[in-house]
Design a binder for this molecule. Sequence first.
Ligand code: ATP
Length: 299
Amino acid sequence: MTSIEVSGLRKRYGGTTALDGMTFTARAGRVTGFVGPNGAGKSTTMRIILGLQRADAGEALVGGRPYRSLQHPLRSLGSLLDASALHPARSGRNHLLWLAQTQGLGQGRVNEVLELVGLTGAGRRTAGGYSLGMRQRLGIAAALLGDPPAIMLDEPFNGMDPEGIVWLRGFLRALAEQGRAVLVSSHLMSELQDMADHVVVVGRGRVLADSGVAELIAAVSGDRVRLRTSAPAQAAAVLAAAGAEVADGVVRGLGAEEIVAVLTGHGVPFSELAPHRATLEDAYLELTAGSVEYRGATA
Ligand SMILES: Nc1ncnc2c1ncn2[C@@H]1O[C@H](COP(=O)(O)OP(=O)(O)OP(=O)(O)O)[C@@H](O)[C@H]1O
C-alpha cells in the first residue's frame, strides 16, 4: 500500500514562509482533497514531494521513500502540476509517446491512457490547440502512464467544463477505489464534498484541519439551526441579545430549544426551525478565515 507522506516540511523564500511544518498523509484507497487559500503552500508542498524543490526541513515520502530515490518514479507516483507544461507543436499522442519512451513503456499504454481520459479522437492534434480542459486531460493521461499506485494532481478541475468536472470526479473516485492514493488540490469545495474521502485544509504553510469530509462537515454543522420567520430583523435582535449570531437565516450559538424559547418569549413568529447541514465550503471558510492572504474587495 503506497501512501504520500509529508512531515514537518519547512520552506522559506527570502522573507516569505511558504511552509511552516506541513504534515499530513494521503493514504492508499482514498481521495484526499488538499485545499487552502492562494499562497497557502499547496504547490510548494507538491513540488517538494516530487523532489523539484528542496525543503529547508522535514521530509516527503512516497511509499516510504523520497521520490528522487525511486527506481521507477512514474510507476510509483503519477503527477500533474502544470497542464500547460507541454510542447505546443507536438501532438498530444506524441507528447505521451515521448514520456512513455523515457520510462520504457510502449505505444499500447499510450493508447490506453488516451482512451481513459477521453482524448483518443484528439490525440493526433497539436497540443498547442488544446483547450485548458483538454490539456488537463492530457496531463492526467501522462500521470497514469506508469499505472502508479499513487497520484497527485494540482488543481485538475481548472478549466474543465461541467461534463469534464463530472467525469473527473467519477474518475478520481474510481482510481481510489482501485486502491490508489489520490491527492488532489482544488478550490472547488463543492466538487471535493461529493468526491473526497478526506480533506487536508491548509493556511499559511501549515495544516488547519486533517479530517474525514463527513466529520469535518458534522463538526461545523453542530451548532447551526436554520430559521424561517416573517420578522427577520426582530428575530435577529432578540436572538443576538440572547447570545446567538444570525446570518442569512442561520442561527449559531444556541440550540433549537433555546431558540424556540427566546422567540416565543418575545412573541416573534417563525414557521420553521431545522438543523442546518453545513457544506464543505462553510467548513473551509470557517477554518481559513484567519489565513487568507489575498482577499478581494467587497463591491
Ligand atoms: N519560487 C518562489 N519564490 C518566492 N516565493 C514563492 C515561490 N514559490 C512560492 N512562493 C511563495 O510561497 C507561498 C506559498 O505558495 P504556493 O504556490 O505553494 O501556494 P498555493 O497554496 O499553491 O497557492 P495557489 O492556490 O495560489 O496556487 C506564497 O506566499 C508564494 O508567494
